[in-house]
Design a protein. Structure first.
Length: 480
């Protein structure tokens, strides 16, 4: 039944109704109906004041770090109030007064209708002002996305007061700022609700084992089963949202700490400036050695050289920028040919000759060996326009490199396998002296070259080594 009544409204009431009339394209009756509906929702919100105070505190504490659904937000605060920041401030202060929340809200802005800068100040009881700051910030960001998105620039809390600064930005920056400042638990709660059985089992597993379970990426686990040295770069790149080579060292160290601690691969990770101390409870020396090499390789991929030492329950990694400086000193005055491959070979020879002048060698210099192997293959690839590496062109590249390094080697291709045999290596043997460091570095150079050419498709099976007393070095390369 429709009842018609004549009513009189003053200008102030008509002004407040304008956003609703515009929304319904001039349909005054539809605007009135929406206003009445919202009044009913408002009364429901007002009834929150009837909730026991201890229960209300618990509820506010439980939703800390969560954003409320947009539909609920629209019922709590009229979206039309975004057209006047002054009226928004007045409306919310009246609302909190009626709820008897003892909250005082202040909005400072440069423009009432289309602000580019807004400062929100909320004063009162800590839990209540945090909730009020959250819903108001969410309201400001959500309802400003259409024209001039407002991004949360800072949130400052002190002595019963929260201050939030917002300024113009883009849509992505605005939404990201809302999540980072007030919605930190949104993704977590959403994931748990989407797969409750899975997460219940995971949490129970960690609790029952006293957090001795390890949770790692499938690729990391696959490398472990294959006997390879896993790095964990996939997880770190996902967190950083950029390639590992582009992550600054300080951020990289922080990510290593986060990933290794939360996955429970390590008990605790401490960062001392640019050095790392990893605490663990592994008993097997081979496992500790793999973990140590994994960290060194990971940091090498980030572009930094580290030496690693291990004790019964610690792995200590020390940044070695001095090694790079020393290498630069070795090659700084060398003449180079027009060929970049030749240039890198000259650098490599100088590098090997200079090993004896560098104290405290091992891990960082073997990492440099791999880097040189990669560099050699990159330059050969450019100069010979190689698009895809196969056993044949890889063999040709290594034959050229060996001839210039005065190494006597033989190659044999059997299907997808390549047998590489070094009969004589003048680099590691000077007179009757065998240099273990140089030999190990050359092996790492070879691994770097294979890794660059074939990636995870290649497996190395070392059959013989001169350093182990054999009369030659023999390596089988299997390519999938």
């Amino acid at each position: 039944m429709i009842i018609t009544r004549h009513i009189s409204l003053d200008n102030d009431c008509i002004e407040k109704m304008e956003p609703y009339v515009e929304k319904h394209k001039g349909n005054f009756s539809a605007a009135i109906r929406e206003i009445i509906d919202r009044a009913g929702n408002y009364n429901s919100f007002k009834n929150l004041s009837a909730i026991d105070n201890s229960l209300l505190k618990w509820m506010l504490n439980e939703i800390d770090g969560m954003l409320i659904p947009d539909s609920v937000l629209d019922e709590l605060i009229d979206p039309g109030l975004i057209n006047s920041i002054g009226k928004l401030e007045e409306s919310l202060n009246n609302r909190f007064h009626e709820l008897e929340w003892d909250i005082n809200l202040s909005l400072k802005y440069d423009n009432d209708i289309n602000p580019s800068d807004v400062l929100i100040e909320v004063r009162g009881a800590p839990q209540k002002i945090k909730f009020a700051a959250c819903i108001l910030s969410q309201y400001m960001v959500k309802n400003s996305l259409g024209n001039t998105p407002l991004e949360i620039r800072s949130v400052y809390t002190q002595d019963g007061c929260i201050k939030i600064e917002l300024s113009r930005s883009d849509r992505k920056g605005a939404l990201d700022s809302l999540t980072s400042n007030f919605g930190g638990m949104n993704g977590v709660i959403g994931a748990i609700k989407s797969r409750p059985s899975f997460w219940k089992a995971v949490v129970n597993g960690h609790l029952l084992s006293n957090y001795n379970m390890v949770t790692v990426h499938r690729n990391y686990f696959e490398d472990l089963l294959a006997g390879k040295i896993p790095m964990g770069e996939i997880t770190i790149e996902a967190l950083a949202k950029k390639p590992i080579q582009e992550i600054p060292l300080i951020e990289m160290l922080s990510l290593i700490k986060e990933v290794y601690e939360t996955s429970r691969v390590a008990d605790r990770v401490e960062i001392d400036r640019e050095n790392i101390i990893l605490f663990h409870n592994y008993r097997n020396n081979e496992v500790i050695e793999k973990l140590k090499k994994s960290l060194v390789t990971l940091l090498e991929a980030n572009g930094h050289l580290y030496d690693a030492k291990s004790t019964a329950n610690m792995i200590v990694l020390t940044h070695r920028p001095d090694v790079g400086i020393k290498i630069n000193e070795i090659v700084s005055n060398l003449k180079v040919s027009n060929s970049r491959v030749d240039q890198n070979l000259i650098m490599f020879m100088a590098f090997l000759k200079g090993l004896k002048n560098i104290p405290d060698i091992p891990v960082s210099l073997t990492a440099l060996g791999r880097r040189i192997g990669i560099s050699l293959m990159q330059e050969y690839e450019r100069e010979n326009s190689i698009e895809n590496w196969e056993l044949q062109n890889f063999q040709k590249a290594l034959e050229i490199i060996d001839s210039k390094l005065h190494r006597v080697s033989e190659w044999k291709i059997e299907g997808k396998n390549l047998i590489y045999t070094v009969k004589k290596c003048n680099i590691v043997t000077e007179g009757d002296t065998f240099d273990t460091y140089v030999c190990h570095t050359i092996r790492e150079t070879f691994k770097g070259a294979v890794g660059y050419a074939f990636g995870n498709k290649a497996e190395l099976d070392i059959k013989k080594l001169l350093s182990h007393g054999d009369n030659c070095c023999e390596v089988l390369i299997r390519v999938q």
